[in-house]
Design a protein around this ligand. Structure first.
Ligand SMILES: C[S@@+](CC[C@H](N)C(=O)[O-])C[C@H]1O[C@@H](n2cnc3c(N)ncnc32)[C@H](O)[C@@H]1O
Length: 225
């Protein structure tokens, strides 16, 4: 599989652990993040697992020579593409990088709750270090451009405040337009996995109609012929 916008490459590393047959390639543009992917996450694997995962500094807009059974883009990372033309270019590049019958997974989030201004704070206990406070901030959504800024701030155990440790400037795409662009890029079929919120369900199911949610997370799959 190929993990697009792989960041620290955790999914690639987990994938190769699942089976000896699994291989993974992670793509990202950021050298420092890729150094962490290789030096920390990949290094923690067994040597046979390490042989089956690679990280490349490469733009996802460019098709890879190697072809994959599936490609995944998580954490809404494709929201970094603001123009329809750019998103189409990305989907075409992914299509070209898939084997026949390959699948393309896109993680999406949306709804009013994802657009409203918000500060959400969580505490994490890091053994040996103390408590870290993490704050997710949603800025002012622009309904005309469909753009919004998001930030993650941290308060470290010694009280240091790391403002804007991570920042994102995203276009909030909608599921229907993403399915249309996938079809335009050549995907034969698209499927939406919608969260089943029944008690203890913890699953995403294929659905053509979704019940209203103030905020939602969903997976869109493009299937190649
Ligand atoms: C929101 S982070 C997600 C990281 C990872 N998927 C995760 O969940 O931790 C987005 C990542 O995409 C990378 N990125 C942005 N534009 C890219 C592009 N055109 N091609 C490849 N990587 C890109 C950034 O360097 C960053 O590491």
């Amino acid at each position: 599989m190929r993990e697009d916008f792989c960041g620290t490459g955790k999914i690639s590393c987990e994938w190769v652990k699942l089976s000896k047959k699994n291989t993974a390639v992670g793509l990202d543009l950021d050298s420092e993040t890729l150094r962490y992917a290789k030096g920390v996450n990949r290094s923690a694997l067994s040597s046979s697992e390490q042989d089956r995962v690679r990280f490349l500094k490469q733009d996802v807009l460019k098709p890879t020579k190697e072809k994959f059974d599936w490609i995944g883009a998580y954490n809404f990372s494709f929201y970094t593409f603001h123009e329809r033309k750019k998103l189409l270019k990305y989907f075409k590049a992914a299509y070209q990088s898939l084997k026949s019958k390959g699948t393309f997974f896109l993680e999406m989030s949306g709804g009013e709750g994802f657009k409203e201004t918000l500060h959400e704070s969580k505490n994490f206990n890091i053994p040996g270090h103390g408590t870290i406070q993490s704050v997710w901030q949603q800025h002012q959504y622009d309904p005309i451009s469909q753009l919004n800024n998001y930030s993650i701030h941290f308060k470290l155990p010694d009280g240091t405040w790391m403002n804007d440790a991570f920042t994102y400037y995203w276009r909030i795409w909608e599921i229907r337009e993403v399915r249309e662009i996938l079809e335009e890029a050549g995907f034969n079929k698209t499927v939406v996995l919608w969260e089943n919120r029944e008690e203890d369900a913890d699953e995403y199911l294929p659905q053509e109609q979704g019940d209203y949610r103030r905020d939602w997370l969903a997976y869109i799959i493009g299937v190649k012929k």
